[in-house]
Design a protein around this ligand. Structure first.
Ligand code: ATP
Ligand code: CA
Ligand code: CA
Length: 406
């Protein structure tokens, strides 16, 4: 079986209760938010819905193992976002379900956030800081509008914003945890051979790779960063057509982030090397992900992120199977050469972690670091500068010329 990052969490695990409550809350909230869709109003962008869970249960909430309160932010807005992103409500509930089926990502990042995968690895739950929740609510109208107008959006797809409030062990104090549900950029059924998290800054942006792994060109377990990218002379290989679509979208998305006054985000990029393929046959795993229809246009329509063209799709990778099933549905973008002909790499990419407002904390950090470092290399800079530098880095790292044929 493919070794996916993360540990299965089960009863007894520290965060089991929290995760259990998160899932139970989402499931009940999402199923109660059904009925006819209507035109959203300004009110929908501030609405919240509260649910109270306990062992007895009531007409709104089923009996729950643990006592907790659940808050659903802007349920109607996220319902519509899920629809625009082509998430089938029934599929969503099935993925976000059950008790023992979450995986927790090994160690939380510097920010202290925890990550959980849904059992089919399509969705990621990330706990976020209170300030990030505020930021998301602040920018939600703009984000929603942007999603509606940009089927090729590179920004993380948010499917829900929630909060659980539960008692802490011992004493009457409670613990509040905010979290978002978003898309997993990486496909569950395809190995990612190289992974980069790129910010456009070089300050501390390097991942140390063990000598044996570097010699064996085995980077699968690392998240490489900007300095690694430069040292490895990596380039996103897009033919002129795709490069154009990609860079235009990047510009639009970054503009939104600049307007929202956020920074510290990155381009997360996973590269699947078609020649290397998968380490094991993952046919078994695929069932959950196969779209209901094998009709190409239906699939492309339900995948707003797919900026691929049909001619890029190789027919040789999974002989005997409808080629579009894999390429149309998992959001990957095929690398192409100057003539727009397909190359042996598939990119999975998106802009993540963009809820950090350029606030006081960052401003202090900027002042402090500017004393010793050039402003061009540090990562805490105002949103406008951050966005321009980010875009410049990605742009120069995206070529449609001088490509080595692979
Ligand atoms: P920090 O603020 O220290 O950068 P964080 O806790 O805010 O960390 P993120 O930057 O959001 O965390 O994500 C950390 C890592 O988790 C990413 O580098 C990536 O490997 C993985 N990750 C995050 N979001 C996604 C996603 N949507 N799809 C796939 N992997 C993801
Ligand atoms: Ca980050
Ligand atoms: Ca962060």
């Amino acid at each position: 079986e493919k070794v996916l990052v993360g540990n299965k969490i089960s009863e007894g695990h520290d965060n089991f209760v929290m995760a259990y409550n998160m899932l139970t809350g989402i499931r009940v909230a999402v199923s109660s938010c059904s009925g006819v869709m209507r035109q959203l109003t300004d009110q929908d962008f501030v609405n919240t819905k509260k649910l109270s869970f306990n062992f007895e249960g009531n007409e709104l909430t089923p009996s729950s193992k643990y006592d907790f309160k659940f808050k659903d932010y802007c349920p109607e807005v996220f319902r519509e976002l899920r629809q625009i992103f082509g998430i089938d409500p029934a599929d969503y509930l099935i993925s976000i379900t059950g008790k023992y089926i979450l995986s927790e990502l090994g160690s939380p990042g510097k920010s202290g956030s925890f990550f959980y995968y849904s059992r089919d690895y399509r969705f990621i739950i990330k706990t976020i800081h209170h300030s990030e929740k505020k930021q998301l609510l602040r920018m939600l109208q703009d984000y929603y509008q942007h999603v509606k107008e940009n089927p090729n959006i590179l920004l993380s797809q948010f499917y829900g914003l929630h909060r659980v409030k539960m008692p802490m062990f011992g004493g009457g104090r409670t613990r509040k945890v905010h979290f978002v549900v978003m898309n997993n950029l990486f496909p569950p059924h395809r190995d990612i051979h190289l992974k980069f998290d790129l910010k456009g800054s070089t300050w501390g942006r390097v991942t140390r790779v063990e000598k044996e792994d570097a010699e064996a060109q085995d980077f699968a377990k690392y998240t490489l960063k900007d300095i690694n990218w430069l040292e490895m002379h990596e380039q996103l290989k897009f033919g002129p057509d795709k490069r154009n679509v990609f860079l235009k979208q990047l510009e639009k998305d970054v503009k939104l982030l600049q307007k929202a006054n956020v920074m510290d985000y990155s381009l997360l990029l996973g590269i699947h090397d078609v020649k290397r393929g998968n380490s094991t046959d993952m046919g078994q795993k695929l069932s959950v992900f196969e779209p209901k229809s094998s009709d190409k246009s239906a699939i492309i329509n339900t995948n707003p992120r797919d900026i691929d063209r049909s001619q890029d799709l190789p027919s040789s990778v999974y002989p005997g199977r409808s080629k579009y099933i894999f390429y149309g549905h998992d959001g990957g973008i095929r690398a192409t050469d100057v003539e727009n002909a397909p190359l042996q790499e598939i990119y999975y990419l998106g802009i993540i972690d963009f809820l950090t407002n350029y606030g006081l904390k960052k401003r202090l950090e900027t002042c402090w670091r500017s004393l010793t470092h050039s402003r061009a290399t540090i990562s805490a800079i105002p949103a406008k500068e951050y966005g321009d530098r980010f875009r410049q880095f990605i742009k120069t790292g995206t070529t449609s010329e001088k490509q080595k044929k692979s």
